[in-house]
Write a protein that binds this ligand. Sequence first.
Ligand code: CP
Ligand code: NVA
Length: 307
Amino acid sequence: MPNSCRHFLSLLDLSPAELSQLITRAIELKAQWKAGHSHTILSNRTLGMIFEKSSTRTRVSFETGMTQFGGHAIFLSPRDTQLGRGEPIEDSARVLSRMVDLIMIRTFEQSKIEAFAENSRVPVINALTNEYHPCQLLADVQTYIEHKGSIQGKTVTWIGDGNNMCHSYMNAAKQFDFKLVIACPEGYDPEPSIAEKTKDHFEIIRDPIEASRGADLITTDVWTSMGQEEEQQKRLKAFALHKVSQAHMQVAKKDAVFMHCLPAHRGEEVDADVIDGNQSIVWDQAENRLHAQKALIEFLARNSGIL
Ligand code: CP
Ligand code: NVA
């Protein structure tokens, strides 16, 4: 069956104008919710949520978002569905998308979510793969804008692994038109195929202090992502010089902010006095997962004709 609905598998699936409208809408939905207005546009609608990796923020924000919209969300894990017993991803997509209205997936390879989307009749949302974490970037950009205004033309410094979050920052730099400086140790560079698509928007500066000079935003992530647990000892050594500290914040712009997608490991990728300090906006960033994803759900629901 031809699949004509819009999906959100990476930030490149929406145009810069659509992304910018989505962030504006997220800010608006947040204000409306806080003012006590309910917006039950998705009553009788269901979001299927497939989690093949752990989650706190993503699960709670999507589930709460659907509740606030008057709809429902179903948590599905391979441990207790047929996905964990070898039912093909394509068959799962065909079946689930005949029942639910939207599907969110957290999994390993990006190719898996692409295969799912190709066989889905309803919008599919990437809630983290080995390659990308686009929902997190919606929240990050919303948070930056709320605190500092437009992110266009600003300098964002990424310190750490060239991982899924780093790749989504590269896509965000292209879509929201900011400059990204990546300080990753050799051997942990971003994927060349993703770098090729975003090459005009980032540069690699190996020394984390040099990379932080003049930054408007400094951000980092865990050194060992989900699925890489057996590499942990090797990674602790490889990233030893990539812990974000006050030394980095001091060479950044005076009013620079710090973000981390969380969960954080104080004393590893970031010092406690940075993440708990007055330049850190990580709690607003975490909260905005809820508001940004509500705007995303609304956008996709509208584009698939259920709104
Ligand atoms: N940042 C983020 O995605 O958090 P969770 O893994 O808790 O969902
Ligand atoms: N890079 C991390 C992000 C967690 C939200 C991981 O993939 O585990």
